[in-house]
Design a protein around this ligand. Sequence first.
Ligand SMILES: [Zn+2]
Length: 329
Amino acid sequence: MILDVYRAKFNKDFYLNTEYKNCLCGSFSSKKLFGYDRYLLKTSVVVCKNCGLIFCNPMVKKSFIENFYSSDFYRALYNNVSLEETNTNIFEDEDKEDSSNAYFSLKKYFLDRKDLNILEIGSGNNLILNHFKKMGKLFAIDFSNESKKRALNMGISFQQGGVDKIEKFDEKFDIIILSHVIEHFINFDEDILEIKKFIKKDNALLYIEVPSLDAKYNLDQFQIAHNYHFTKNTFLFHLNRLSLICIEYGVTGGGKINQWGIFKIGSRVDIKEKVNYEYQKIIKIHKKFFYDFYGTYLVKLYLNLIIKKIIGRKLTQVIKIFLSKVRKH
Ligand SMILES: [Zn+2]
Protein backbone atom coordinates (compact mmCIF):
# COMPACT_ATOMS: atom_id res chain seq x y z
CA MET A 1 0.00 0.00 0.00
CA ILE A 2 1.34 3.37 -1.05
CA LEU A 3 0.73 5.04 2.32
CA ASP A 4 2.66 2.41 4.29
CA VAL A 5 5.77 2.77 2.14
CA TYR A 6 5.59 6.54 2.24
CA ARG A 7 5.00 6.63 6.00
CA ALA A 8 8.09 4.56 6.78
CA LYS A 9 10.32 6.79 4.66
CA PHE A 10 8.76 10.06 5.85
CA ASN A 11 9.03 9.13 9.54
CA LYS A 12 12.65 8.01 9.12
CA ASP A 13 13.67 11.29 7.42
CA PHE A 14 11.51 13.53 9.64
CA TYR A 15 14.35 15.52 11.21
CA LEU A 16 16.13 15.93 7.85
CA ASN A 17 13.04 17.43 6.22
CA THR A 18 12.00 19.75 9.05
CA GLU A 19 13.33 22.81 10.90
CA TYR A 20 12.50 24.64 14.15
CA LYS A 21 10.71 28.02 14.13
CA ASN A 22 9.35 30.62 16.54
CA CYS A 23 5.60 31.19 16.65
CA LEU A 24 4.27 33.88 14.29
CA CYS A 25 3.88 36.16 17.36
CA GLY A 26 7.64 35.84 18.00
CA SER A 27 7.35 33.63 21.09
CA PHE A 28 9.39 30.43 21.39
CA SER A 29 7.43 29.10 24.33
CA SER A 30 5.02 26.31 23.42
CA LYS A 31 3.51 23.02 24.53
CA LYS A 32 3.36 19.86 22.40
CA LEU A 33 -0.13 18.53 21.54
CA PHE A 34 0.32 15.77 18.94
CA GLY A 35 3.24 13.60 17.78
CA TYR A 36 1.51 11.96 14.78
CA ASP A 37 -0.99 13.16 12.19
CA ARG A 38 -4.17 11.40 11.07
CA TYR A 39 -2.19 9.20 8.64
CA LEU A 40 0.27 8.27 11.42
CA LEU A 41 2.92 10.36 9.75
CA LYS A 42 5.33 11.84 12.26
CA THR A 43 4.66 15.45 13.18
CA SER A 44 5.03 17.79 16.13
CA VAL A 45 1.98 19.97 16.65
CA VAL A 46 2.44 22.57 19.38
CA VAL A 47 0.40 25.42 20.88
CA CYS A 48 2.03 28.80 21.53
CA LYS A 49 1.86 29.83 25.19
CA ASN A 50 1.68 33.52 24.23
CA CYS A 51 -1.01 33.70 21.50
CA GLY A 52 -2.56 30.21 21.44
CA LEU A 53 -1.67 29.56 17.79
CA ILE A 54 -1.35 25.88 16.95
CA PHE A 55 1.44 25.06 14.51
CA CYS A 56 4.01 22.45 13.55
CA ASN A 57 7.38 22.75 15.24
CA PRO A 58 9.67 21.54 13.76
CA MET A 59 7.97 22.36 10.46
CA VAL A 60 8.63 20.71 7.08
CA LYS A 61 11.11 22.61 4.93
CA LYS A 62 9.91 24.57 1.90
CA SER A 63 11.95 22.50 -0.58
CA PHE A 64 10.40 19.29 0.73
CA ILE A 65 6.80 20.43 0.63
CA GLU A 66 6.99 22.02 -2.84
CA ASN A 67 8.14 18.72 -4.29
CA PHE A 68 5.36 17.02 -2.40
CA TYR A 69 2.68 19.28 -3.96
CA SER A 70 3.99 19.56 -7.50
CA SER A 71 4.14 15.77 -7.86
CA ASP A 72 0.36 15.49 -7.24
CA PHE A 73 1.55 12.68 -5.01
CA TYR A 74 0.02 14.06 -1.86
CA ARG A 75 -3.51 13.70 -3.25
CA ALA A 76 -2.77 10.03 -3.96
CA LEU A 77 -1.40 9.64 -0.47
CA TYR A 78 -4.38 11.26 1.20
CA ASN A 79 -6.92 9.33 -0.84
CA ASN A 80 -4.80 6.19 -0.48
CA VAL A 81 -5.05 5.29 -4.17
CA SER A 82 -2.41 4.46 -6.76
CA LEU A 83 -0.70 7.29 -8.59
CA GLU A 84 -2.25 6.16 -11.91
CA GLU A 85 -5.75 6.49 -10.49
CA THR A 86 -4.76 9.82 -9.04
CA ASN A 87 -3.57 11.22 -12.34
CA THR A 88 -6.93 10.66 -13.96
CA ASN A 89 -9.02 11.77 -11.04
CA ILE A 90 -7.04 13.82 -8.58
CA PHE A 91 -9.77 16.35 -7.93
CA GLU A 92 -12.64 13.88 -7.70
CA ASP A 93 -13.55 14.69 -4.07
CA GLU A 94 -12.87 18.38 -4.46
CA ASP A 95 -15.09 18.54 -7.59
CA LYS A 96 -18.05 17.41 -5.50
CA GLU A 97 -17.58 20.11 -2.84
CA ASP A 98 -19.65 23.27 -2.91
CA SER A 99 -17.39 25.89 -4.45
CA SER A 100 -19.75 28.87 -4.37
CA ASN A 101 -19.15 30.40 -0.92
CA ALA A 102 -16.39 32.79 -2.01
CA TYR A 103 -18.51 34.01 -4.93
CA PHE A 104 -21.69 34.61 -2.95
CA SER A 105 -19.77 36.27 -0.10
CA LEU A 106 -17.84 38.66 -2.36
CA LYS A 107 -20.42 39.47 -5.07
CA LYS A 108 -22.31 42.06 -3.03
CA TYR A 109 -19.19 44.19 -2.58
CA PHE A 110 -18.70 44.57 -6.33
CA LEU A 111 -22.33 44.76 -7.60
CA ASP A 112 -22.38 44.77 -11.41
CA ARG A 113 -18.67 45.22 -12.04
CA LYS A 114 -17.41 43.25 -15.01
CA ASP A 115 -13.91 44.66 -15.26
CA LEU A 116 -12.26 43.08 -12.24
CA ASN A 117 -8.97 41.21 -12.04
CA ILE A 118 -9.56 38.10 -9.93
CA LEU A 119 -6.74 35.84 -8.73
CA GLU A 120 -6.94 32.54 -6.91
CA ILE A 121 -3.77 31.22 -5.28
CA GLY A 122 -3.77 27.42 -4.81
CA SER A 123 -6.63 27.15 -7.28
CA GLY A 124 -6.79 23.31 -7.41
CA ASN A 125 -9.67 22.34 -9.68
CA ASN A 126 -10.35 26.06 -10.44
CA LEU A 127 -14.07 25.69 -9.73
CA ILE A 128 -14.16 28.44 -7.08
CA LEU A 129 -12.59 30.86 -9.52
CA ASN A 130 -14.87 29.83 -12.38
CA HIS A 131 -17.91 31.31 -10.56
CA PHE A 132 -16.39 34.77 -11.10
CA LYS A 133 -16.05 34.57 -14.89
CA LYS A 134 -18.73 37.22 -15.58
CA MET A 135 -17.04 39.66 -13.22
CA GLY A 136 -13.77 40.04 -15.10
CA LYS A 137 -10.47 38.38 -15.95
CA LEU A 138 -9.45 35.21 -14.11
CA PHE A 139 -5.92 34.33 -12.96
CA ALA A 140 -4.79 31.18 -11.13
CA ILE A 141 -1.68 29.81 -9.44
CA ASP A 142 -1.14 26.23 -8.28
CA PHE A 143 1.72 23.72 -7.97
CA SER A 144 -0.28 20.96 -9.68
CA ASN A 145 0.11 19.87 -13.32
CA GLU A 146 -3.52 18.77 -13.43
CA SER A 147 -4.65 22.18 -12.17
CA LYS A 148 -2.65 23.81 -14.99
CA LYS A 149 -4.27 21.62 -17.66
CA ARG A 150 -7.73 22.42 -16.35
CA ALA A 151 -7.07 26.16 -16.08
CA LEU A 152 -5.87 26.36 -19.65
CA ASN A 153 -8.98 24.47 -20.85
CA MET A 154 -11.15 26.90 -18.90
CA GLY A 155 -9.49 29.99 -20.38
CA ILE A 156 -7.87 31.01 -17.09
CA SER A 157 -4.40 32.66 -17.10
CA PHE A 158 -2.17 30.31 -15.11
CA GLN A 159 1.21 30.25 -13.40
CA GLN A 160 2.56 27.04 -11.95
CA GLY A 161 4.11 27.31 -8.49
CA GLY A 162 3.59 29.31 -5.30
CA VAL A 163 3.19 32.90 -4.16
CA ASP A 164 6.50 33.94 -5.79
CA LYS A 165 4.87 33.44 -9.21
CA ILE A 166 2.24 36.23 -8.80
CA GLU A 167 4.60 38.86 -10.21
CA LYS A 168 4.73 36.97 -13.52
CA PHE A 169 1.17 38.09 -14.33
CA ASP A 170 2.32 41.72 -14.19
CA GLU A 171 -1.12 42.75 -12.87
CA LYS A 172 -2.77 44.11 -9.72
CA PHE A 173 -5.92 42.46 -8.46
CA ASP A 174 -9.36 43.52 -7.17
CA ILE A 175 -10.05 40.13 -5.61
CA ILE A 176 -7.58 37.56 -4.31
CA ILE A 177 -8.88 34.18 -3.11
CA LEU A 178 -6.95 31.90 -0.76
CA SER A 179 -9.14 28.91 0.00
CA HIS A 180 -7.47 26.25 2.15
CA VAL A 181 -4.06 27.67 1.34
CA ILE A 182 -2.62 29.80 4.16
CA GLU A 183 -2.61 26.86 6.59
CA HIS A 184 -0.03 25.30 4.23
CA PHE A 185 2.29 28.33 4.22
CA ILE A 186 5.77 27.79 5.57
CA ASN A 187 6.96 31.40 5.48
CA PHE A 188 3.61 32.75 6.62
CA ASP A 189 4.40 36.45 7.08
CA GLU A 190 6.58 36.67 3.96
CA ASP A 191 3.92 35.00 1.80
CA ILE A 192 1.07 37.21 3.06
CA LEU A 193 3.21 40.36 2.61
CA GLU A 194 4.14 39.25 -0.93
CA ILE A 195 0.45 38.74 -1.81
CA LYS A 196 -0.42 42.20 -0.45
CA LYS A 197 1.94 43.82 -2.97
CA PHE A 198 -0.38 42.76 -5.79
CA ILE A 199 -3.68 43.92 -4.39
CA LYS A 200 -5.13 47.16 -5.86
CA LYS A 201 -5.20 50.22 -3.59
CA ASP A 202 -8.92 51.00 -3.69
CA ASN A 203 -11.74 48.68 -2.61
CA ALA A 204 -9.84 45.46 -3.28
CA LEU A 205 -10.67 42.46 -1.09
CA LEU A 206 -9.20 39.13 -0.08
CA TYR A 207 -11.28 36.03 0.63
CA ILE A 208 -9.48 33.62 2.97
CA GLU A 209 -10.88 30.26 4.04
CA VAL A 210 -9.25 27.76 6.43
CA PRO A 211 -10.36 24.81 8.60
CA SER A 212 -11.78 25.86 11.97
CA LEU A 213 -10.43 24.29 15.14
CA ASP A 214 -13.35 25.80 17.06
CA ALA A 215 -15.76 23.63 15.09
CA LYS A 216 -13.76 20.44 15.22
CA TYR A 217 -10.77 19.48 17.36
CA ASN A 218 -9.63 15.96 16.69
CA LEU A 219 -7.06 14.00 14.73
CA ASP A 220 -8.95 14.50 11.43
CA GLN A 221 -7.78 18.11 11.47
CA PHE A 222 -4.10 17.26 11.69
CA GLN A 223 -2.17 16.31 8.58
CA ILE A 224 1.45 17.04 7.77
CA ALA A 225 0.65 19.43 4.90
CA HIS A 226 -1.03 21.81 7.37
CA ASN A 227 1.54 23.90 9.20
CA TYR A 228 -0.89 26.23 10.95
CA HIS A 229 -4.23 25.45 12.60
CA PHE A 230 -6.54 28.34 13.37
CA THR A 231 -9.30 29.12 15.79
CA LYS A 232 -11.40 32.18 14.95
CA ASN A 233 -9.32 34.28 17.33
CA THR A 234 -5.89 33.23 16.04
CA PHE A 235 -7.08 33.47 12.39
CA LEU A 236 -8.18 37.10 12.79
CA PHE A 237 -5.31 38.03 15.12
CA HIS A 238 -2.50 36.89 12.82
CA LEU A 239 -4.00 38.46 9.69
CA ASN A 240 -4.68 41.71 11.57
CA ARG A 241 -1.04 41.66 12.68
CA LEU A 242 -0.17 41.90 8.96
CA SER A 243 -2.72 44.73 8.44
CA LEU A 244 -5.45 42.59 6.88
CA ILE A 245 -8.65 43.78 8.51
CA CYS A 246 -11.63 41.45 8.60
CA ILE A 247 -14.87 43.05 7.40
CA GLU A 248 -16.99 39.89 7.33
CA TYR A 249 -16.56 36.49 8.98
CA GLY A 250 -18.47 33.23 8.64
CA VAL A 251 -18.36 29.45 8.78
CA THR A 252 -19.08 27.02 5.96
CA GLY A 253 -18.86 23.37 4.90
CA GLY A 254 -20.67 20.31 6.24
CA GLY A 255 -20.75 20.61 10.03
CA LYS A 256 -19.47 24.20 9.63
CA ILE A 257 -15.93 22.90 9.92
CA ASN A 258 -14.41 25.68 7.82
CA GLN A 259 -14.16 29.38 8.57
CA TRP A 260 -13.77 32.27 6.13
CA GLY A 261 -13.20 35.98 6.24
CA ILE A 262 -13.27 38.88 3.81
CA PHE A 263 -10.32 41.17 4.42
CA LYS A 264 -9.25 44.60 3.26
CA ILE A 265 -5.89 46.24 3.66
CA GLY A 266 -6.04 48.72 6.52
CA SER A 267 -4.20 49.90 9.60
CA ARG A 268 -3.71 47.18 12.14
CA VAL A 269 -5.66 47.60 15.31
CA ASP A 270 -4.67 46.20 18.67
CA ILE A 271 -6.69 43.01 19.15
CA LYS A 272 -4.17 41.17 21.35
CA GLU A 273 -6.80 40.84 24.08
CA LYS A 274 -8.65 38.41 21.76
CA VAL A 275 -5.86 35.85 22.16
CA ASN A 276 -4.87 36.53 25.78
CA TYR A 277 -6.69 33.39 26.97
CA GLU A 278 -6.38 31.34 23.78
CA TYR A 279 -3.65 29.08 25.17
CA GLN A 280 -5.73 28.17 28.23
CA LYS A 281 -8.75 27.61 25.95
CA ILE A 282 -6.79 25.22 23.69
CA ILE A 283 -5.39 23.26 26.64
CA LYS A 284 -8.94 22.80 27.94
CA ILE A 285 -10.21 21.60 24.52
CA HIS A 286 -7.17 19.35 24.12
CA LYS A 287 -7.73 17.71 27.53
CA LYS A 288 -11.37 17.11 26.68
CA PHE A 289 -10.37 15.55 23.35
CA PHE A 290 -7.94 13.21 25.10
CA TYR A 291 -10.40 12.34 27.81
CA ASP A 292 -13.06 11.53 25.19
CA PHE A 293 -10.57 9.63 23.05
CA TYR A 294 -9.31 7.43 25.86
CA GLY A 295 -12.64 7.34 27.61
CA THR A 296 -14.66 6.14 24.66
CA TYR A 297 -12.25 4.47 22.29
CA LEU A 298 -9.61 2.78 24.39
CA VAL A 299 -11.77 1.84 27.37
CA LYS A 300 -14.31 0.33 24.97
CA LEU A 301 -11.55 -1.57 23.18
CA TYR A 302 -10.05 -3.07 26.34
CA LEU A 303 -13.44 -3.72 27.88
CA ASN A 304 -14.38 -5.68 24.76
CA LEU A 305 -11.15 -7.67 24.96
CA ILE A 306 -11.70 -8.49 28.64
CA ILE A 307 -15.32 -9.51 28.08
CA LYS A 308 -14.28 -11.70 25.15
CA LYS A 309 -11.66 -13.37 27.31
CA ILE A 310 -14.08 -14.02 30.14
CA ILE A 311 -17.14 -15.22 28.25
CA GLY A 312 -15.64 -16.35 24.95
CA ARG A 313 -15.71 -14.92 21.44
CA LYS A 314 -18.87 -16.67 20.24
CA LEU A 315 -20.99 -15.64 23.17
CA THR A 316 -19.76 -12.02 22.79
CA GLN A 317 -20.93 -12.03 19.15
CA VAL A 318 -24.35 -13.38 20.13
CA ILE A 319 -24.75 -10.70 22.80
CA LYS A 320 -23.62 -8.00 20.35
CA ILE A 321 -26.22 -9.04 17.76
CA PHE A 322 -28.89 -9.25 20.44
CA LEU A 323 -28.04 -5.76 21.77
CA SER A 324 -28.03 -4.18 18.30
CA LYS A 325 -31.48 -5.67 17.63
CA VAL A 326 -32.81 -4.38 20.93
CA ARG A 327 -31.45 -0.90 20.20
CA LYS A 328 -33.18 -0.82 16.80
CA HIS A 329 -36.61 -1.40 18.35
ZN1 LIG B 1 2.27 32.82 19.34
